[in-house]
Design a protein around this ligand. Structure first.
Ligand code: GLC
Length: 806
């Protein structure tokens, strides 16, 4: 059975692989594979790059961002030693020579299957769980009747440092390659690393690792120099070495450093052979050689692959969902969490955006995904990491580079508040108030409890308000592109008023606060609510911001950017809006911002750059934050819909931007159907409905949250797990297995059978309350929620009733 099949591919029956059936997908359809330290990205044509720890500062291989040609990568060439015919194991670089080409992207690995005449190749790429390297496991099968002697040439270009390699003639002079015959490995080092804060002066420090490229079979040849391997003025589709079938054994300091190994294998008719190539970055030479040796043994390679697959299956299995909607099941049972963990938290890079740094607000929000997977201690780790990138005055780094430990001090108004935001979610999930007492250092010295870190963030945020009592937007808020609105320190953010109000009111309920702080939070929240309703209401919706010069943004008075999504959805989520305004604001959202492919971030798009707004207004109209569907924010709209209008509206909106569903129109949608896109082009773009900026988007974790909390209605609260049991139109039941406080809740929500009475059974006993009991860690419990058959009445169901959604 194949799911969501189009002419480009389908999901495997189990849902854990996306199978691409042709090379020419509308855009590169990639996989992001990482173990939290080492990582690679690879596209359906076999292109991509590799790194260790930081995808931009510690890139191993060269790659250029060209999503049209997509021709930078690490490749394997196959050559018939008798006839001289050659091809590649992936579509690139020898395009056009393969039959039956198929790519399977899975969790932690990608497989490239192809046939060239009688030779069938299967190339599996993966990153072992514990080691800083990647393995390319190649199986060659001879379906012909005569024995074949095949030469396999690998090829990659060393970067060994900070990407992009914008000045290769300079950079190549520091790199040295060296063939180590006893290890069958090519080593590569560099004596220059363009990284801040190292060495006596800039460009005056060594690259601190030893890269290696090795094979499971003793190589018959190698090359470390690009000119030797490619030949003069030749290209990757027909390198001299491959055409001539020989390596030139180049190495040293004077070439343009590449890594190529040549391995020769005999494949008898009807049989297969297997070999592996490895690429990695050891801490030093001994480490590099030991890794090369470890993965020389094919049984170790296989074992390592099995471990990777088991790891992801187990981790992603922390949440199970079974609904009548296959798209929901596919996204919830693996792909969204895989995207959030492998790409957002671990790799922090992809194709549309190459990165490596931590964004203060970004990875904190992403780390909420661990809560849904039943691994809250990993959220706490992320909290600690970000808390230690806060200054004593409560401000934080907008982003910072691991390895270099350098970053950009933030004057964005919201950044610092994401710490208390995620702490709140963590505490609701775990009940672990003790974490607030943990001492964590500040970035500029000294330390304080986590509670104090959060309180300082609040203090700072509260101190940055206008005379009217609205938060100043400063450098920008969540919406980075509003980066000119308030740089002089006068512009205000209406969204920030909602957001801060949300946090203050929720925090005021935490038992960890002392009485004076609690009442202060309540007072400040009330003041914000009044201010935003007095000054921020435009008649039919809330403004988004005011500029330094006092202009209003997101108002009916504006021709461009008349209404913004976040200012409405967060008015609902944070309860700043009185009921009539909440209803009116969301009606306006429906009227102006909903499309059949998601909720636009604003409308109409800016057609002319507005120097008082920032780069948001400079994007091509209809793209990204300038009037596209910005998936991250659209997830919040799902939660607001649930809160205001119930499950049908929430589910309808959620599904409208669901990748497998949208992917059924591949020419229009273009993006991968198995991961979230950061954005979808809006009506002001000629490519309306086109998805882009896939993988590296904070929407992955939020889309899962919008589903679990907003559609399935299973919500962690300080008192326990609450189920707002409602079934969307057309659903007869759903089931969700979710961990909470270390116990597993196996929840079914369904309509009553004829004669059955509605109610909530927990382990077979009637449970009369809207919050489920908290259980012993490690135990599993069955929750059976039976709704009245007439769905219109379900909200009256006495047990497990509905209250707020966020
Ligand atoms: C980007 C940023 C994120 C920001 C969002 C909206 O995704 O990484 O921090 O909130 O854009 O502007």
């Amino acid at each position: 059975m194949s799911l969501f099949q189009t002419e480009y591919g389908y999901f495997s029956a189990e849902g854990n692989e996306y199978v691409i059936t042709r090379h020419d997908t509308p855009m590169p359809w990639i996989n992001v594979i990482s173990n939290g330290d080492y990582g690679l990205v690879v596209s359906q044509v076999g292109s991509g790059y590799s790194w260790r720890t930081h995808a931009s500062m510690n890139r191993l291989t060269r790659w250029e961002q060209d999503l049209v040609r997509d021709r930078w990568g690490k490749y394997l060439y196959l050559r018939d030693a008798e006839t001289g015919e050659f091809w590649s194991a992936t579509w690139h670089p020898c395009a056009g020579k393969l039959q039956d080409y198929r790519v399977r992207h899975g969790w932690g690995y990608s497989v490239f299957e192809a046939r060239h005449g009688a030779i069938v190749s299967t190339l599996t790429m993966f990153v072992p769980l514990e080691d800083p390297c990647e393995v390319w496991l190649l199986r060659l099968r001879n379906d012909g009747t005569s024995p074949r002697r095949l030469q396999v040439f690998s090829y990659l270009e060393w970067l060994l440092g900070t990407a992009p390699d914008w000045h290769r003639e300079f950079r190549r002079l520091f790199i040295e390659t060296r063939y180590q015959p006893d290890a069958g490995a090519l080593l590569a080092t560099s004596v220059m690393w363009d990284i801040p804060g190292r060495g006596r002066a800039h460009w005056n420090t060594d690259w601190e690792y030893v890269a290696f490229h090795s094979a499971s079979v003793p190589p018959a040849g190698f090359d470390g120099d690009k000119r030797a391997f490619l030949g003069r003025y030749r290209d990757l589709d027909a390198p001299q070495a491959v055409v001539e079938g020989r390596s030139f054994h180049t190495q040293g300091r004077w070439g343009d450093a590449i890594g190529s190994l040549q391995v020769v294998v005999e494949v008898p008719p009807g049989e297969s052979v297997e070999l592996a190539f490895v690429l990695g970055a050891g801490n030093d030479t001994a480490h590099a050689i030991s890794l090369a040796q470890k993965y020389r043994h094919l049984p170790s390679v296989h074992q390592s692959l099995v471990q990777v697959q088991a790891f992801w299956k187990d981790l992603l299995g922390g949440l199970r969902v079974d609904t009548p909607d296959e798209a929901v099941n596919l996204m919830a049972n693996g792909w969204l969490a895989y995207q959030a963990v492998a790409c957002r938290l671990w790799a922090r890079t992809a194709y549309y955006q190459t990165g490596g740094a931590y964004g203060y607000r970004d990875q904190l929000q992403d780390s909420l995904v661990w809560l849904l997977l039943g691994q809250p201690e990993r959220t706490l780790e992320q909290i600690r990491l970000h808390a230690s990138h806060q200054y004593q005055d409560g401000t934080v780094l907008h982003w910072w580079h691991p390895i270099a430990e350098q970053g950009l001090p933030s004057s964005y108004s919201d950044d610092l508040l994401w710490l208390p935001f995620v702490v709140l979610y963590y505490v609701q999930e775990t009940g672990d108030l003790a974490c607030l007492e943990e001492t964590i250092p500040f970035f500029d010295g000294g330390s304080a409890t986590l509670l104090e870190h959060c309180l300082r963030a609040f203090e700072k945020a509260l101190s940055r308000r206008s005379e009217r009592g609205l938060p100043l937007i400063l450098q920008a808020d969540w919406n980075d592109g509003l980066n000119a609105v308030g740089i002089e320190g006068r512009g205000e953010s209406v969204w920030m008023a909602h957001f801060l109000h949300y946090l203050l009111t929720r925090w005021a309920q935490l038992p960890a606060l002392d009485e004076p702080t609690r009442s202060r939070f309540q007072r400040e929240a009330e003041a914000l609510r009044e201010a935003v309703n007095r000054y921020g209401w435009d008649g039919r919706w809330y403004w988004r911001a005011t500029t330094d010069s006092g202009r209003v943004i997101g108002s009916v008075q504006n021709e461009q950017g008349r209404i913004f999504l976040n200012a409405q959805t967060w008015a609902v989520l944070s309860d700043t809006a009185p009921a009539d305004r909440a209803e009116q604001a969301m009606q306006s959202v429906r009227e102006h911002l909903y499309t059949d492919y998601g909720a636009l971030l604003l409308a109409p798009a800016y057609r002319t750059p507005d120097p008082e707004i920032g780069y948001l207004s400079r994007y091509a109209p209809g793209t990204r934050e300038n009037g596209g569907v910005y998936s991250h924010a659209a997830c919040w709209a799902v939660l607001a819909e649930r809160k205001l209008h119930g499950v049908d509206s929430a589910y309808h909106l959620w599904r409208s931007f669901c990748p497998p569903v949208r992917g059924m129109e591949p020419e229009r949608y273009a993006a991968e159907p198995y991961v979230m896109p950061g954005n979808v082009d809006g009506p002001d773009s000629p490519t309306e409905g086109k998805g882009g900026w896939t993988w590296y988007t904070g929407s992955a974790a939020w889309y899962l949250r919008a589903l679990v909390d907003g559609v399935l209605g299973v919500i962690a609260t300080s008192d326990g797990l609450r189920v707002e049991a409602e079934l969307p139109d057309g659903w007869k039941q759903y089931r969700i297995q979710r961990r909470f406080r270390s116990a597993t809740y196996d929840i079914t929500v369904r309509y009553a059978e004829p004669g059955e009475s509605p109610g909530c059974l927990v382990d077979g006993e009637l449970w009369d309350g809207d919050i489920l009991p908290v259980f012993e860690p490690g135990t599993t419990h069955w929750v059976d929620i039976v709704l009245r058959s007439d769905r219109r009445d379900t909200r009256d169901s006495e047990a497990c009733s509905k209250s707020e959604a966020v």
